[in-house]
Design a protein. Structure first.
Length: 501
């Protein structure tokens, strides 16, 4: 394969791993993104052509496809809110891309879909099947790769298994834990995606892809426990746990938010296994064969331990992610703004202070009143938000646009500025900004929390949390500078672990 390859969903879990493989194979790559700044800190960001826009924009879709040999369609609405009419939106996006690819003379479309059990499809699986049908009828030869649970560091399926097994030694579970599934290692899914671009021109159809192991979901949790050196959980299948209740349970116990837990759980209501192996006649298996489930888990755990997770399920911003300007930006339109500003001076060098700032969150914590942060995360989870447990992709370094607990990195100027936009459920919009400046005898730290309320509820919310902010943000500023001076940027010292505010 060589030539110009166009990729949608390049900032997502699969797309962010496929693009560097395409580049390494000698291809030119063009990507579509709603926000080109997200690619600034991605290792391959300067090696691709960028089209700014979305798939519901016909001009952007046309620009993406112009001159392309192959188009990868790697977007879907797994994280869409349940109230949205996402099937209609997905149909419209698929139709727009299909027309653009046909008009541009694209040689092939490659689409990653889900394994189709044949009947009883959930809304999400049904919508993904409909997208495949639309792309296949576009007049462009289309390879639809239907994969089950993708297992790799940072994948939603893996994180769900990992956190359920790590936390619960005894697990009451719905009956679907006894359904059969056929997971696939992310490296094998990428192998088939890359090879699908070179399928013969006459091939236009769906193919099932999966790993070598057919397991129950309970088997997957026990297999994870063995790979992680844990005691296998006792799993009790109960008929009373409905898919809705199971999704709420996953939302509370794992980092997966309710909006993503619902479609994941719904997809497990039927056996989800490979029904045909026709892809083997056209694409050779990976060197060394397909990766077994146990090995896929070991590889994922190894990458997490080494801090080498390239992408996570949280890599993609929600479709409805806000892009409003910060109140201090030049294009701010005015309105009520609440702020909490804290400043500290430090004897630490600016680089030492910055290391603490960039290492904040995840396992490293937030340097003040950990119980209060945890409680706020649980409240957000109960409300259907992302909660505090998305963590961070790398323990030491951040990238523009990536998720950090319940925040999204909105601005990042290494050594100087970190601005986070809240993705928790609040009646308004919130930011947390941290900056470092050099001083003759060390450095200066500034911390600013900004909240723009929505209506009366937003104003009441700010007044309710104001007393806690005085404790949390004051302690946070002083302890960040103290950590820089003691040289403990990645593990809070003993005095930081005290329950004192």
């Amino acid at each position: 394969m060589s030539g110009l390859i166009a990729v949608t969903g390049a900032t997502g879990y699969i797309g962010g791993r496929l693009v560097p493989r395409l580049l390494a194979a000698g291809n030119r790559v063009r990507v579509l993104t709603r926000d080109s700044s997200k690619l600034r800190d991605v290792p391959w960001g300067e090696d691709v052509e960028v089209v700014t826009g979305s798939l519901d924009d016909t001009a952007a879709a046309a620009a993406l496809c112009q001159g392309a040999d192959v188009v990868y369609y790697l977007v879907h609405s797994m994280g869409a809110h349940a109230g949205e009419d996402f099937p209609a939106r997905e149909r419209a996006c698929a139709e727009t891309l299909g027309h653009a690819a046909h008009d541009a003379g694209v040689r092939r479309i490659v689409y990653l879909s889900g394994l189709n059990p044949g009947s009883g499809l959930s809304r999400h699986l049904g919508s993904r099947a409909e997208v495949g049908r639309i792309l296949g009828q576009s007049g462009v030869p289309t390879a639809i790769l239907q994969a089950g649970l993708v297992i790799g560091s940072g994948s939603a399926s893996f994180e769900m298994v990992r956190h359920l097994t790590d936390i619960l030694p005894v697990m009451p579970a719905p009956r679907w834990v006894l359904n059969r599934v056929q997971p696939i290692a992310v490296r094998d899914a990428l192998h088939y995606l890359e090879a699908a671009a070179d399928l013969p021109q006459h091939v236009s159809r769906a193919f099932d892809i999966g790993g070598p192991d057919v397991l129950t979901y309970a088997d997957m949790m026990r297999g994870y426990a063995r790979a992680a050196g844990l005691r296998a959980p006792l799993i009790i299948a109960l008929p009373v746990l409905t898919p809705w209740l199971a999704a709420q349970w996953v939302n509370l116990v794992t980092p997966i938010p309710r909006s993503l837990a619902v479609p994941l759980v719904e997809s497990l209501q039927n056996d989800c296994v490979v029904r045909e192996h026709d892809i083997d006649e056209l694409v050779p298996r990976p060197a060394g064969g397909l990766t077994g489930y146990r090995r896929a888990v070991e590889l994922a755990l190894g990458k997490i331990a080494r801090g080498e997770v390239e992408t996570t399920w949280a890599s993609s911003s929600p479709l409805d992610a806000p892009s409003d300007p910060l109140p201090s930006d030049p294009d701010w339109s005015g309105g009520t703004v609440f702020t909490d500003l804290r400043t500290e001076t430090s004897t630490a060098r600016p680089s030492q202070l910055w290391d603490v700032v960039e290492g904040i969150g995840g396992e490293n914590g937030w340097y003040s009143f950990p119980l209060a942060w945890a409680v706020r995360g649980w409240i957000d989870k109960l409300a259907g938000g992302v909660g505090l447990r998305r963590g961070r992709r790398n323990p030491h370094r951040l990238q523009l646009g990536e998720a950090l607990d319940w925040w999204r990195v909105e601005a990042l100027e290494p050594g100087r500025l970190l601005r986070l936009r809240a993705e928790m459920r609040v009646p308004g919009r919130a930011w947390l900004e941290m900056s470092v400046e050099p001083r003759p005898e060390g450095s200066a730290y500034a911390q600013r929390a900004v909240f723009v309320p929505h209506g009366l509820a937003g104003r009441l919310y700010w007044l309710a949390v104001l007393p806690f902010h005085g404790v949390i943000f004051r302690g946070m500023a002083s302890r960040i500078t103290a950590a820089a001076e003691t040289g403990a940027p990645y593990a809070q010292a003993a005095y930081l672990r005290k329950d004192l505010p």
